[in-house]
Design a protein around this ligand. Structure first.
Ligand code: UDP
Ligand code: LCN
Length: 820
């Protein structure tokens, strides 16, 4: 039972109802299950099951009878079926976060329930029978340690962890006043550069604090509201209060009232409010080791995309909010945010070889670069995100030293980004005893089909054994996790979320995860990013348009010449443009879009295609996927004779010019198309929408949540190019017959953005998380410590060993500096 503790299950197991349903449709189902066993596929997905069902139950009426009943419900909710004749095991997901496992004997149609562990073992037999039968195969089970941890129960509450934790803490306060002591201790520990904040030792019990608050509030009510703190600080100190309550008598009074009310009768909303006012966070470290992390000339390269844009915008928003809060709290402190990445000596014209670089449009934030080391010294070249693991342990050690030196103190909060950044953040947070937040951006596991079960096949190329282990470690070590969408946590009705796919999975021969992370864990919080609205603003905002870029953009789109920056040309300048921009990764599917365009004559007659992606010479790339995609782009242009209708532009690194480019596409009454096979969030989607450009985006992942289909844009199915290109055609045809249609979609897109996707909302939420979870980890110390011991074992015994499989690149000499 412990093995499935974190997997939410329905009250009544499905096996009974399934038994009855199978008995009722015995004959057609017998044929159907016989086919599942005979078709040769050992791991079937939902669409495979449906296809077989269509083949075996030819009669449409009979088929729909079956599909309308319980069997249809089960089969359509089956994410995966593992076939080991004569049995078929089904992993059924009736709704987000809820899983059931059953085994059906294809001959007798007898049904049996399976636990997650049993299901995974059954599935493993397809790949590695002796491993599946090994009683002592490694099982990872975080649910077994966290059996007493609080869990959400409603799928609708998923992603709103702060709210849940506040409720949980206040109910603990109500149950036992002793627990309030923890809050007093927490306040006592707040300090800045050796100086106590909020309260000092005089107020070391809840009752002393309560009386002092009462006395102070009576006194404050006699002062004019805007009296500066400086004028009454001595009086406050006399009672045991320190700075941090507020800059004026009114603010101090407000904060004191909130705390008094909590001490009198705990209330989750008041608790959340109090935590948003406490000076808990002044110094923040943000880790993002891989890639070329820079402010200029790095975007669009492999591994160097949205994560960088996100972090730089995030830092600006966090700094702004921190400055605002510090001012309100009446402190003179300077907030410091350090983005810590790797220093790359072979910087290829970027500033990635500079150790400390101030972040533009901030007052106190910097990028700190720390090199990766090998046995031969500093690693000079870029390495792919799939190959970074061997350097991380040393990186944490070096980075910790540097951070303490540059900040002059310990940070209050560490935020990791992507697998490598999250692992590094977890290691450093543990070392220094600091609150840790994690941000995935993309969990690679969901991007590649069966990447867990088929890990052995993929490992030489992607090292998923390291990556998924690191992900398991850091998502469990993190005090809180920030996600961009609900989908990222628990997916949609039809598709499991990125985190959800880490609940139960197996890598045969390595380990079996029977409870990895639960989507009902209250550490999950949704805080969607925005797009920098000074760069991405509507094309209708004429006075702000960057017209100085227009001649360059005209050349970029329409000149006839082929060069290093663009190839192909647009013969008919009057047509609207469908536009896409992404790194040239397979998953971005830019080649897919090119092929849909190539195949759809009607689409080609209506619009031109412009894509910004990668570059044109495969021999100049070091990235395996990029090389393959470059070659494919060239062959598609030839195959479909696209010259005259396509413009392929190389990766663009100037954000401001890109903003204007989106707007120029809007001027042509065109559209943005994001065709990814899977997209974690999709910053280009919100950039395009911010510019007022109607957007078609993949229904696989985050964009499905950003866009309301047919209202604020459109969803397209990347796995069904024919249908997707028809949908684009339908839009442009409708625009021809209905003059206002294009504008209506454009405006609805903008409205959607303003309601939900801005950086200011994000910064407030993220800082509140740091504060609430900082306290939660204190009162949950014992549980956390037990979990960390388990995590340390995984790190030492598993991860360190796996890292050794990744080859260290041999040093390539740097090219001689160009003559000037
Ligand atoms: N981008 C860019 N130039 C390019 C390709 C992409 O500036 O040639 C930017 C794009 O504007 C967006 C980011 O890189 O800000 C890509 O983020 P997204 O979330 O769409 O995808 P990711 O690359 O993170 O997977
Ligand atoms: C990485 C991705 O793949 C995108 O989907 C996100 O938009 C980006 O990071 C920022 O979080």
């Amino acid at each position: 039972a412990i093995a499935t503790a974190s997997l939410m299950r329905l009250d009544t197991p499905i096996s009974d109802s399934l038994n009855t349903a199978l008995r009722k449709s015995h004959n057609p189902m017998k044929k159907c299950f016989a086919r599942f066993v005979e078709n040769g596929k050992r791991l079937m997905k939902s669409q495979d099951l449906m296809k077989d069902l269509e083949i075996t139950i030819e009669d449409k009426r009979e088929r729909s009878q079956v599909l309308e009943g319980f069997l249809g419900y089960i089969l359509s909710n089956t994410q995966e079926a593992a076939v080991v004749p004569p049995n078929v095991a089904l992993a059924v997901r009736p709704s987000p976060g809820f899983w059931e496992f059953v085994k059906v004997n294809a001959t007798s149609l007898r049904v049996g329930d399976l636990t997650a562990s049993e299901y995974l073992k059954f599935k493993e037999a397809i790949f590695d029978e002796s491993w599946a039968n090994d009683e002592h195969a490694v099982e990872i089970d975080f649910g077994a340690i966290e059996f007493s941890a609080p869990r959400l129960s409603l799928p609708s509450s998923i992603g709103n962890g702060v709210n849940f934790i506040s409720k949980f803490i206040s109910s603990r306060f109500s149950e036992d006043k002793q627990n309030v002591r923890a809050l007093v201790d927490y306040l006592l520990a707040l300090h800045h550069r050796g100086q106590s904040l909020m309260i000092n030792k005089k107020l070391n019990t809840a009752s002393k604090l309560q009386s002092a608050l009462f006395a102070a509030q009576v006194y404050l009510s006699s002062l004019p509201k805007d009296t500066p703190y400086e004028e009454f600080k001595h009086k406050m100190k006399g009672w045991g209060f320190e700075k941090g309550w507020g800059s004026t008598s009114e603010r101090v009074s407000e904060t004191m009232l909130i705390l008094s009310e909590i001490l009198q009768a705990p209330d989750p909303l008041k608790l959340e409010l109090l935590f948003s006012k406490l000076p808990t966070t002044l110094n923040v470290v943000v880790f993002s080791p891989h890639g070329y992390f820079g402010q200029e000339g790095v975007l669009g390269m492999p591994d160097t995309g949205g994560q960088i844009v996100y972090i730089l915008d995030q830092v600006r928003a966090l700094e702004e909010e921190l400055l605002y809060r510090i001012e309100q709290q009446g402190l003179q402190a300077k907030p410091q945010i350090l983005v810590v990445t790797r220093l790359i000596p072979d910087a290829r014209g970027t500033k990635c070889n500079v150790e400390l670089e101030p972040i533009e449009n901030t007052k106190h934030s910097n990028i700190l670069r720390v090199p990766f080391y090998t046995q031969n010294g500093v690693l000079r070249q870029w390495v792919s995100r799939f190959d970074v693991y061997p350097y991380l342990e040393r990186f944490v050690k070096d980075a910790t030293g540097k951070i303490l030196e540059v900040m002059g103190c310990k940070p209050d909060l560490i935020i990791g980004n992507y697998t490598d950044g999250n692992l590094v953040a977890a290691l450093m947070a543990k070392k220094l005893g600091i609150t840790q937040g994690a941000i995935a951006h993309a969990l690679e596991k969901s991007k590649y089909e069966d990447s867990d079960a088929k890990w052995k096949e993929l490992d030489p190329k992607y090292h998923f054994s390291c990556q998924f282990t690191a992900d398991m470690i850091s998502m469990n070590a993190a005090d809180f996790i920030i996600t961009s969408t609900y989908q990222e946590i628990s997916g949609s009705e039809s598709r499991p979320g990125q985190y959800e796919s880490h609940e139960a999975f197996t890598m045969p021969g390595l380990y079996r995860v029977v409870s990895g992370i639960s989507v009902f864990d209250p550490k999950f919080n949704i805080a969607a990013p925005g797009a920098d609205q000074s760069v991405y603003f509507p094309f209708t905002d004429k006075s702000k348009r960057l017209t100085n870029f227009h001649p360059e953009i005209e050349e970029l789109l329409y000149s006839r010449e082929n060069n290093d920056e663009h190839i192909g040309y647009l013969a008919d300048k009057k047509k609207p443009i469908i536009f896409s921009m992404a790194r040239l990764d397979t998953v971005k599917n830019i080649t897919g879009l090119t092929e849909w365009f190539g195949k759809n004559r009607r689409l080609r007659s209506l619009v031109n295609l412009v894509v910004v992606a990668g570059f044109f010479d495969p021999s100049k790339s070091k990235d395996r996927e990029e090389i393959a995609e470059i070659k494919k782009m060239h062959s598609l242009i030839e195959k479909y004779k696209l010259r005259g209708q396509i413009r392929w532009i190389a990766a663009q690194t100037d954000r401001c010019r890109n903003g204007e480019l989106y707007r120029c596409i809007a001027d042509t009454k065109g559209a943005f198309v994001q065709p990814a096979l899977y997209e974690g969030f999709g910053l280009t989607v919100i950039e395009a929408m911010n510019c007022g450009l109607p957007t078609f985006a993949t229904n696989q992942g985050g964009p499905a949540e950003i866009i309301a289909d047919g209202v604020s844009g459109f969803h397209i199915d990347p796995n069904n190019g024919g249908e997707s290109s028809k949908k684009i055609v339908a839009f442009f045809e409708k625009c021809k017959s209905d003059g206002g249609y294009w504008n209506r979609i454009s405006e609805a897109g903008l409205q959607r953005i303003y309601e939900s996707y801005t950086w200011n909302i994000y910064a407030k939420k993220a800082l509140n998380m740091g504060s609430v979870y900082g306290f939660w980890r204190q009162i949950n110390k014992d549980q956390k410590q037990a979990k960390m011991r388990y995590i340390e074992l995984l790190y030492s015994l598993l991860f360190r060993k796996l890292v050794k499989n990744i080859p260290i690149p041999t040093e390539e000499p740097l090219p001689a500096p160009a003559a000037t």
